[in-house]
Ligand binder design. Sequence first.
Ligand code: SF4
Length: 454
Amino acid sequence: MQEKWHKYLTRPAPRYTSYPSALHFNTAVGPKEYRAALENIGLYEPISIYIHIPFCTQLCWYCGCNMRVENDPERARPYLDAVIAEIKQVGDILRGRGVVSQIHFGGGTPNYFDPKDLRNILDQIEQSIGFTDLSPVCMELDPRLCTSEGIHALAAIGITRMSLGVQDFDPKVQEAINRVQSFEMIENCVSAMREAGIDDISFDLLYGLPLQNADIFADSLRKTISLSPERISLFGYAHLPQKILHQRLIRDEDLPSPVERADLAALADEAFLKAGYQCIGFDHFAKPQTAIARAAQEGRLARNFQGFTEDTAKNVIGFGPSAISQIDGLLAQNAKYISDYQQTIASGELATQKGVKANPMERRLGVWIDELLCRQQANLCDWYEIVAPDEGDWLALRQDLQQFEADHLIRLEGDEITIKPEARAFSRLIAAVFDPTFANQQKDRSAKAFSRAV
Ligand code: SF4
Protein backbone atom coordinates (compact mmCIF):
# COMPACT_ATOMS: atom_id res chain seq x y z
CA MET A 1 0.00 0.00 0.00
CA GLN A 2 1.51 3.29 -1.13
CA GLU A 3 2.14 5.69 1.77
CA LYS A 4 0.32 8.56 0.07
CA TRP A 5 -2.85 6.44 0.19
CA HIS A 6 -2.78 5.98 3.97
CA LYS A 7 -4.76 9.18 4.52
CA TYR A 8 -7.74 7.68 2.68
CA LEU A 9 -7.93 4.43 4.63
CA THR A 10 -10.21 5.48 7.47
CA ARG A 11 -12.51 7.74 5.47
CA PRO A 12 -16.12 6.55 5.39
CA ALA A 13 -17.85 5.68 2.14
CA PRO A 14 -21.29 4.24 1.33
CA ARG A 15 -21.46 0.69 0.00
CA TYR A 16 -23.43 1.79 -3.08
CA THR A 17 -25.38 -1.45 -3.43
CA SER A 18 -28.32 0.87 -4.06
CA TYR A 19 -28.77 4.58 -4.66
CA PRO A 20 -30.16 6.24 -2.59
CA SER A 21 -28.73 4.01 0.14
CA ALA A 22 -30.75 2.34 2.91
CA LEU A 23 -29.78 5.20 5.24
CA HIS A 24 -32.31 7.36 3.40
CA PHE A 25 -35.24 5.01 3.92
CA ASN A 26 -38.29 6.49 5.63
CA THR A 27 -41.88 5.55 6.39
CA ALA A 28 -43.31 7.58 3.50
CA VAL A 29 -42.91 4.33 1.56
CA GLY A 30 -45.21 1.53 2.72
CA PRO A 31 -47.35 -1.34 1.35
CA LYS A 32 -49.41 0.99 -0.88
CA GLU A 33 -46.35 2.34 -2.73
CA TYR A 34 -44.80 -1.14 -3.03
CA ARG A 35 -48.05 -2.60 -4.41
CA ALA A 36 -48.29 0.21 -7.00
CA ALA A 37 -44.71 -0.46 -8.11
CA LEU A 38 -45.40 -4.20 -8.45
CA GLU A 39 -48.50 -3.42 -10.52
CA ASN A 40 -46.35 -1.41 -12.92
CA ILE A 41 -43.90 -4.19 -13.77
CA GLY A 42 -44.16 -4.97 -17.48
CA LEU A 43 -45.15 -8.31 -19.00
CA TYR A 44 -41.62 -9.47 -19.87
CA GLU A 45 -39.55 -7.31 -17.51
CA PRO A 46 -36.78 -9.32 -15.83
CA ILE A 47 -37.08 -9.76 -12.06
CA SER A 48 -34.32 -10.88 -9.73
CA ILE A 49 -35.64 -12.63 -6.63
CA TYR A 50 -34.03 -12.59 -3.19
CA ILE A 51 -35.21 -14.88 -0.37
CA HIS A 52 -33.94 -14.10 3.12
CA ILE A 53 -33.56 -17.00 5.57
CA PRO A 54 -32.87 -15.26 8.89
CA PHE A 55 -31.88 -18.22 11.12
CA CYS A 56 -28.49 -19.48 12.25
CA THR A 57 -27.41 -22.10 14.77
CA GLN A 58 -24.58 -20.03 16.25
CA LEU A 59 -23.61 -16.37 16.37
CA CYS A 60 -20.46 -15.34 14.49
CA TRP A 61 -19.14 -12.38 16.43
CA TYR A 62 -18.39 -10.31 13.33
CA CYS A 63 -21.92 -10.76 11.94
CA GLY A 64 -23.74 -7.69 10.63
CA CYS A 65 -26.71 -9.57 9.12
CA ASN A 66 -30.36 -9.54 10.15
CA MET A 67 -30.53 -12.99 11.76
CA ARG A 68 -31.65 -14.87 14.87
CA VAL A 69 -29.90 -17.77 16.54
CA GLU A 70 -32.53 -20.48 16.75
CA ASN A 71 -31.58 -23.98 17.79
CA ASP A 72 -35.10 -25.34 17.73
CA PRO A 73 -36.01 -25.67 14.04
CA GLU A 74 -39.66 -26.24 15.01
CA ARG A 75 -39.82 -22.68 16.36
CA ALA A 76 -38.53 -21.44 13.00
CA ARG A 77 -40.98 -23.42 10.88
CA PRO A 78 -43.84 -20.84 10.85
CA TYR A 79 -41.39 -18.61 9.00
CA LEU A 80 -41.54 -20.91 5.98
CA ASP A 81 -45.33 -20.48 5.82
CA ALA A 82 -44.91 -16.69 5.96
CA VAL A 83 -42.44 -16.63 3.06
CA ILE A 84 -44.70 -18.85 0.99
CA ALA A 85 -47.67 -16.58 1.79
CA GLU A 86 -45.65 -13.50 0.81
CA ILE A 87 -44.70 -15.08 -2.53
CA LYS A 88 -48.41 -15.81 -3.16
CA GLN A 89 -49.33 -12.19 -2.28
CA VAL A 90 -46.77 -10.78 -4.71
CA GLY A 91 -47.74 -13.33 -7.39
CA ASP A 92 -51.39 -12.25 -7.07
CA ILE A 93 -50.38 -8.64 -7.67
CA LEU A 94 -48.05 -9.47 -10.59
CA ARG A 95 -50.67 -11.69 -12.29
CA GLY A 96 -48.15 -13.24 -14.67
CA ARG A 97 -46.17 -10.08 -15.42
CA GLY A 98 -42.38 -10.14 -15.17
CA VAL A 99 -39.83 -12.87 -15.97
CA VAL A 100 -37.55 -14.26 -13.24
CA SER A 101 -33.89 -13.85 -14.25
CA GLN A 102 -32.29 -15.19 -11.06
CA ILE A 103 -33.18 -16.46 -7.58
CA HIS A 104 -30.84 -15.91 -4.65
CA PHE A 105 -31.20 -17.45 -1.18
CA GLY A 106 -29.27 -15.42 1.41
CA GLY A 107 -29.27 -15.06 5.16
CA GLY A 108 -28.76 -15.86 7.92
CA THR A 109 -28.20 -19.41 6.82
CA PRO A 110 -30.31 -20.70 3.91
CA ASN A 111 -29.20 -24.30 4.54
CA TYR A 112 -30.60 -24.02 8.08
CA PHE A 113 -33.78 -25.57 6.62
CA ASP A 114 -34.16 -28.98 5.05
CA PRO A 115 -33.81 -28.99 1.22
CA LYS A 116 -37.43 -30.14 0.85
CA ASP A 117 -38.60 -26.99 2.73
CA LEU A 118 -36.54 -24.87 0.36
CA ARG A 119 -38.02 -26.83 -2.55
CA ASN A 120 -41.48 -25.74 -1.34
CA ILE A 121 -40.35 -22.11 -1.60
CA LEU A 122 -39.08 -22.69 -5.14
CA ASP A 123 -42.32 -24.48 -6.05
CA GLN A 124 -44.31 -21.50 -4.81
CA ILE A 125 -42.18 -19.10 -6.88
CA GLU A 126 -42.74 -21.33 -9.90
CA GLN A 127 -46.50 -21.41 -9.29
CA SER A 128 -47.04 -17.74 -8.37
CA ILE A 129 -44.41 -15.95 -10.45
CA GLY A 130 -42.85 -18.58 -12.72
CA PHE A 131 -39.28 -19.33 -13.65
CA THR A 132 -37.47 -21.52 -16.15
CA ASP A 133 -34.57 -23.97 -15.93
CA LEU A 134 -32.44 -21.20 -17.40
CA SER A 135 -32.81 -19.00 -14.30
CA PRO A 136 -29.75 -19.54 -12.05
CA VAL A 137 -30.70 -20.42 -8.46
CA CYS A 138 -27.97 -19.36 -6.03
CA MET A 139 -27.63 -20.20 -2.37
CA GLU A 140 -25.31 -19.08 0.43
CA LEU A 141 -24.27 -22.07 2.57
CA ASP A 142 -22.78 -22.41 6.03
CA PRO A 143 -20.20 -25.20 5.67
CA ARG A 144 -20.75 -26.25 9.30
CA LEU A 145 -24.30 -27.34 8.42
CA CYS A 146 -23.37 -29.06 5.14
CA THR A 147 -23.30 -32.80 4.60
CA SER A 148 -22.57 -34.55 1.33
CA GLU A 149 -26.19 -35.81 1.22
CA GLY A 150 -27.50 -32.31 1.96
CA ILE A 151 -25.48 -30.78 -0.87
CA HIS A 152 -26.69 -33.45 -3.31
CA ALA A 153 -30.26 -32.83 -2.16
CA LEU A 154 -29.87 -29.07 -2.74
CA ALA A 155 -28.53 -29.72 -6.23
CA ALA A 156 -31.47 -32.08 -6.84
CA ILE A 157 -34.04 -29.38 -5.93
CA GLY A 158 -32.47 -27.05 -8.47
CA ILE A 159 -29.76 -25.02 -6.72
CA THR A 160 -27.24 -24.30 -9.48
CA ARG A 161 -24.75 -22.03 -7.71
CA MET A 162 -23.42 -22.44 -4.21
CA SER A 163 -21.56 -19.89 -2.15
CA LEU A 164 -19.60 -20.91 0.96
CA GLY A 165 -18.97 -18.58 3.91
CA VAL A 166 -15.25 -19.25 4.42
CA GLN A 167 -13.94 -15.92 5.84
CA ASP A 168 -10.47 -17.24 6.89
CA PHE A 169 -8.99 -20.72 7.24
CA ASP A 170 -6.80 -19.99 10.27
CA PRO A 171 -8.02 -21.78 13.47
CA LYS A 172 -7.00 -18.90 15.78
CA VAL A 173 -8.75 -16.29 13.63
CA GLN A 174 -11.79 -18.59 13.53
CA GLU A 175 -11.81 -18.87 17.33
CA ALA A 176 -11.55 -15.09 17.63
CA ILE A 177 -14.72 -14.69 15.53
CA ASN A 178 -16.55 -17.71 16.97
CA ARG A 179 -16.75 -19.53 13.66
CA VAL A 180 -14.64 -22.68 13.71
CA GLN A 181 -14.65 -24.71 10.47
CA SER A 182 -11.66 -26.77 9.37
CA PHE A 183 -10.00 -26.81 5.96
CA GLU A 184 -11.13 -30.45 5.57
CA MET A 185 -14.74 -29.39 6.18
CA ILE A 186 -14.58 -26.82 3.36
CA GLU A 187 -12.68 -29.26 1.13
CA ASN A 188 -15.37 -31.91 1.67
CA CYS A 189 -18.11 -29.37 0.83
CA VAL A 190 -16.36 -28.44 -2.41
CA SER A 191 -15.88 -32.14 -3.34
CA ALA A 192 -19.56 -32.87 -2.68
CA MET A 193 -20.60 -29.82 -4.74
CA ARG A 194 -18.42 -30.96 -7.65
CA GLU A 195 -19.84 -34.50 -7.41
CA ALA A 196 -23.34 -33.03 -7.42
CA GLY A 197 -22.54 -31.21 -10.68
CA ILE A 198 -22.22 -27.67 -9.29
CA ASP A 199 -19.87 -25.86 -11.65
CA ASP A 200 -20.24 -22.40 -10.12
CA ILE A 201 -18.87 -22.30 -6.56
CA SER A 202 -18.15 -19.08 -4.76
CA PHE A 203 -16.19 -18.36 -1.54
CA ASP A 204 -16.75 -15.37 0.74
CA LEU A 205 -13.53 -14.18 2.41
CA LEU A 206 -13.08 -11.40 4.98
CA TYR A 207 -9.99 -9.29 5.64
CA GLY A 208 -9.53 -7.10 8.71
CA LEU A 209 -10.57 -9.90 11.11
CA PRO A 210 -8.99 -10.21 14.58
CA LEU A 211 -5.52 -11.85 14.68
CA GLN A 212 -5.16 -11.78 10.89
CA ASN A 213 -1.69 -10.88 9.65
CA ALA A 214 0.07 -11.19 6.31
CA ASP A 215 1.39 -14.74 6.95
CA ILE A 216 -1.93 -16.05 8.23
CA PHE A 217 -3.92 -14.47 5.42
CA ALA A 218 -1.42 -15.60 2.75
CA ASP A 219 -1.99 -19.17 3.95
CA SER A 220 -5.79 -18.70 3.71
CA LEU A 221 -5.38 -17.34 0.19
CA ARG A 222 -3.22 -20.36 -0.80
CA LYS A 223 -5.86 -22.72 0.60
CA THR A 224 -8.62 -20.85 -1.23
CA ILE A 225 -6.76 -21.07 -4.54
CA SER A 226 -6.02 -24.79 -3.98
CA LEU A 227 -9.80 -25.46 -3.82
CA SER A 228 -10.32 -23.53 -7.07
CA PRO A 229 -13.73 -21.82 -6.55
CA GLU A 230 -15.09 -20.15 -9.68
CA ARG A 231 -15.75 -16.88 -7.82
CA ILE A 232 -14.39 -15.17 -4.72
CA SER A 233 -15.92 -12.22 -2.88
CA LEU A 234 -13.42 -10.38 -0.70
CA PHE A 235 -14.98 -8.02 1.84
CA GLY A 236 -13.46 -5.84 4.56
CA TYR A 237 -14.79 -6.59 8.04
CA ALA A 238 -16.81 -3.58 9.26
CA HIS A 239 -16.19 -3.28 13.02
CA LEU A 240 -19.08 -1.20 14.43
CA PRO A 241 -19.34 -2.28 18.10
CA GLN A 242 -21.34 0.84 19.07
CA LYS A 243 -24.05 -0.22 16.65
CA ILE A 244 -23.71 -4.03 16.57
CA LEU A 245 -23.33 -4.94 20.24
CA HIS A 246 -22.12 -8.55 19.84
CA GLN A 247 -19.09 -7.24 17.91
CA ARG A 248 -17.82 -6.13 21.36
CA LEU A 249 -16.87 -9.78 21.83
CA ILE A 250 -14.07 -9.06 19.35
CA ARG A 251 -11.15 -7.39 21.11
CA ASP A 252 -10.15 -4.06 19.54
CA GLU A 253 -6.49 -4.83 20.23
CA ASP A 254 -6.69 -7.99 18.09
CA LEU A 255 -7.78 -6.07 14.98
CA PRO A 256 -5.25 -5.21 12.27
CA SER A 257 -4.46 -1.50 11.86
CA PRO A 258 -5.95 0.36 8.86
CA VAL A 259 -2.65 0.01 6.98
CA GLU A 260 -2.39 -3.70 7.82
CA ARG A 261 -6.00 -4.17 6.66
CA ALA A 262 -5.27 -2.51 3.34
CA ASP A 263 -2.12 -4.62 2.95
CA LEU A 264 -4.21 -7.78 3.46
CA ALA A 265 -6.60 -6.66 0.72
CA ALA A 266 -3.65 -5.94 -1.58
CA LEU A 267 -2.13 -9.35 -0.79
CA ALA A 268 -5.37 -11.05 -1.84
CA ASP A 269 -5.55 -8.98 -5.01
CA GLU A 270 -2.04 -10.02 -6.00
CA ALA A 271 -2.54 -13.71 -5.13
CA PHE A 272 -5.82 -14.06 -7.04
CA LEU A 273 -4.62 -12.22 -10.13
CA LYS A 274 -1.45 -14.35 -10.15
CA ALA A 275 -3.61 -17.49 -9.89
CA GLY A 276 -5.47 -16.47 -13.07
CA TYR A 277 -8.59 -14.92 -11.57
CA GLN A 278 -10.05 -11.81 -13.16
CA CYS A 279 -10.85 -8.81 -10.98
CA ILE A 280 -14.59 -8.01 -11.04
CA GLY A 281 -15.40 -4.46 -9.93
CA PHE A 282 -13.40 -3.77 -6.80
CA ASP A 283 -14.05 -6.69 -4.44
CA HIS A 284 -14.92 -9.76 -6.52
CA PHE A 285 -12.70 -12.17 -8.44
CA ALA A 286 -13.76 -14.81 -10.95
CA LYS A 287 -12.26 -17.29 -13.37
CA PRO A 288 -12.26 -15.69 -16.85
CA GLN A 289 -14.75 -18.18 -18.35
CA THR A 290 -17.48 -17.62 -15.72
CA ALA A 291 -20.70 -15.75 -16.55
CA ILE A 292 -19.74 -12.82 -14.32
CA ALA A 293 -16.26 -12.49 -15.84
CA ARG A 294 -17.74 -12.56 -19.34
CA ALA A 295 -20.23 -9.88 -18.29
CA ALA A 296 -17.34 -7.72 -17.05
CA GLN A 297 -15.37 -8.33 -20.28
CA GLU A 298 -18.38 -7.31 -22.36
CA GLY A 299 -19.32 -4.24 -20.27
CA ARG A 300 -22.50 -5.88 -18.88
CA LEU A 301 -21.46 -6.08 -15.23
CA ALA A 302 -24.18 -4.83 -12.85
CA ARG A 303 -24.42 -4.08 -9.15
CA ASN A 304 -27.27 -4.97 -6.78
CA PHE A 305 -27.78 -5.70 -3.07
CA GLN A 306 -25.55 -8.80 -3.30
CA GLY A 307 -22.68 -6.80 -4.86
CA PHE A 308 -21.43 -7.28 -8.42
CA THR A 309 -23.50 -9.54 -10.65
CA GLU A 310 -24.04 -10.53 -14.26
CA ASP A 311 -27.79 -10.33 -13.59
CA THR A 312 -28.90 -7.10 -15.28
CA ALA A 313 -32.54 -7.24 -14.06
CA LYS A 314 -33.59 -3.74 -12.99
CA ASN A 315 -36.31 -5.12 -10.71
CA VAL A 316 -35.43 -6.92 -7.51
CA ILE A 317 -38.14 -8.47 -5.36
CA GLY A 318 -37.04 -9.41 -1.86
CA PHE A 319 -38.94 -11.80 0.40
CA GLY A 320 -38.53 -12.13 4.16
CA PRO A 321 -37.77 -9.75 7.05
CA SER A 322 -35.60 -6.73 6.12
CA ALA A 323 -35.53 -7.85 2.46
CA ILE A 324 -35.33 -4.89 0.08
CA SER A 325 -37.16 -4.69 -3.24
CA GLN A 326 -36.18 -2.29 -6.00
CA ILE A 327 -38.69 -1.48 -8.72
CA ASP A 328 -38.63 1.46 -11.09
CA GLY A 329 -36.82 3.84 -8.70
CA LEU A 330 -38.71 2.65 -5.62
CA LEU A 331 -36.75 0.97 -2.82
CA ALA A 332 -39.03 -0.81 -0.36
CA GLN A 333 -37.88 -2.70 2.72
CA ASN A 334 -39.86 -5.27 4.70
CA ALA A 335 -40.27 -5.17 8.49
CA LYS A 336 -36.99 -6.05 10.18
CA TYR A 337 -38.17 -8.31 12.99
CA ILE A 338 -39.28 -11.84 12.17
CA SER A 339 -42.36 -11.66 14.44
CA ASP A 340 -43.55 -8.34 12.91
CA TYR A 341 -42.97 -9.73 9.43
CA GLN A 342 -44.87 -12.94 10.14
CA GLN A 343 -47.81 -11.14 11.77
CA THR A 344 -48.18 -8.66 8.91
CA ILE A 345 -48.02 -11.34 6.25
CA ALA A 346 -50.52 -13.49 8.21
CA SER A 347 -52.94 -10.53 8.24
CA GLY A 348 -52.85 -10.50 4.44
CA GLU A 349 -50.86 -7.24 4.17
CA LEU A 350 -47.59 -6.64 2.38
CA ALA A 351 -44.81 -6.32 5.00
CA THR A 352 -43.20 -3.13 3.59
CA GLN A 353 -42.15 -0.90 6.48
CA LYS A 354 -40.01 1.80 4.90
CA GLY A 355 -38.15 2.78 1.77
CA VAL A 356 -37.48 5.67 -0.55
CA LYS A 357 -38.60 6.79 -3.99
CA ALA A 358 -35.63 8.07 -5.95
CA ASN A 359 -36.23 11.31 -7.84
CA PRO A 360 -35.22 11.47 -11.53
CA MET A 361 -31.82 12.99 -10.69
CA GLU A 362 -31.09 10.28 -8.08
CA ARG A 363 -32.08 7.53 -10.52
CA ARG A 364 -29.70 8.83 -13.19
CA LEU A 365 -26.94 9.40 -10.65
CA GLY A 366 -27.39 5.85 -9.35
CA VAL A 367 -26.83 4.54 -12.89
CA TRP A 368 -23.75 6.79 -13.26
CA ILE A 369 -22.26 5.55 -9.96
CA ASP A 370 -22.92 1.92 -10.95
CA GLU A 371 -21.10 2.61 -14.20
CA LEU A 372 -18.07 3.98 -12.35
CA LEU A 373 -17.99 1.03 -9.93
CA CYS A 374 -18.64 -1.69 -12.53
CA ARG A 375 -16.51 -0.37 -15.40
CA GLN A 376 -14.10 1.65 -13.24
CA GLN A 377 -14.65 4.43 -15.75
CA ALA A 378 -17.32 7.10 -16.33
CA ASN A 379 -17.92 10.38 -18.12
CA LEU A 380 -17.62 13.67 -16.20
CA CYS A 381 -19.85 15.66 -18.57
CA ASP A 382 -22.64 13.15 -18.02
CA TRP A 383 -22.26 13.59 -14.25
CA TYR A 384 -22.29 17.42 -14.61
CA GLU A 385 -25.47 17.24 -16.64
CA ILE A 386 -27.17 14.93 -14.12
CA VAL A 387 -26.22 16.79 -10.93
CA ALA A 388 -25.99 20.39 -12.23
CA PRO A 389 -23.74 21.39 -9.30
CA ASP A 390 -23.37 25.01 -8.19
CA GLU A 391 -20.00 26.65 -8.71
CA GLY A 392 -18.79 25.95 -5.17
CA ASP A 393 -19.59 22.22 -5.37
CA TRP A 394 -18.03 21.95 -8.84
CA LEU A 395 -14.82 23.60 -7.58
CA ALA A 396 -14.73 21.30 -4.55
CA LEU A 397 -15.13 18.28 -6.82
CA ARG A 398 -12.32 19.48 -9.12
CA GLN A 399 -10.07 19.83 -6.10
CA ASP A 400 -10.88 16.30 -4.91
CA LEU A 401 -10.22 14.91 -8.39
CA GLN A 402 -6.93 16.78 -8.71
CA GLN A 403 -5.83 15.33 -5.36
CA PHE A 404 -6.86 11.82 -6.44
CA GLU A 405 -4.95 12.29 -9.68
CA ALA A 406 -1.85 13.57 -7.88
CA ASP A 407 -2.06 10.54 -5.57
CA HIS A 408 -2.33 8.16 -8.59
CA LEU A 409 -5.79 6.88 -7.68
CA ILE A 410 -7.40 8.00 -10.94
CA ARG A 411 -6.58 9.06 -14.49
CA LEU A 412 -8.38 12.03 -16.07
CA GLU A 413 -8.39 12.09 -19.86
CA GLY A 414 -10.68 14.61 -21.53
CA ASP A 415 -14.10 14.04 -20.00
CA GLU A 416 -13.32 10.50 -18.82
CA ILE A 417 -12.40 9.49 -15.29
CA THR A 418 -10.74 6.08 -14.89
CA ILE A 419 -9.93 4.43 -11.56
CA LYS A 420 -6.42 2.99 -11.79
CA PRO A 421 -6.41 -0.82 -11.47
CA GLU A 422 -4.01 -0.74 -8.51
CA ALA A 423 -6.32 1.75 -6.71
CA ARG A 424 -9.64 -0.05 -7.25
CA ALA A 425 -9.95 -0.77 -3.51
CA PHE A 426 -10.71 2.98 -3.22
CA SER A 427 -13.57 2.85 -5.74
CA ARG A 428 -16.34 3.60 -3.21
CA LEU A 429 -14.37 6.53 -1.80
CA ILE A 430 -13.90 7.94 -5.31
CA ALA A 431 -17.60 7.43 -6.11
CA ALA A 432 -18.53 9.25 -2.88
CA VAL A 433 -17.13 12.60 -4.10
CA PHE A 434 -19.70 12.48 -6.91
CA ASP A 435 -22.54 11.93 -4.45
CA PRO A 436 -24.00 15.28 -3.28
CA THR A 437 -26.15 13.62 -0.61
CA PHE A 438 -23.14 11.97 0.97
CA ALA A 439 -21.16 15.22 0.78
CA ASN A 440 -23.93 17.02 2.70
CA GLN A 441 -24.05 14.31 5.33
CA GLN A 442 -20.31 14.63 5.74
CA LYS A 443 -20.80 18.34 6.42
CA ASP A 444 -23.33 17.68 9.19
CA ARG A 445 -21.24 14.76 10.52
CA SER A 446 -24.11 12.28 10.23
CA ALA A 447 -22.10 9.82 8.14
CA LYS A 448 -20.82 7.72 11.03
CA ALA A 449 -22.92 4.74 9.99
CA PHE A 450 -21.03 4.32 6.70
CA SER A 451 -18.30 1.72 6.47
CA ARG A 452 -14.67 2.63 5.89
CA ALA A 453 -13.40 3.03 2.37
CA VAL A 454 -11.02 0.02 2.52
S1 SF4 B 1 -23.63 -17.70 9.71
FE1 SF4 B 1 -23.67 -15.72 8.63
S2 SF4 B 1 -25.60 -14.77 9.20
FE2 SF4 B 1 -25.24 -16.44 10.66
S3 SF4 B 1 -24.22 -15.48 12.41
FE3 SF4 B 1 -22.62 -16.23 11.05
S4 SF4 B 1 -22.15 -14.49 9.70
FE4 SF4 B 1 -24.13 -14.08 10.68
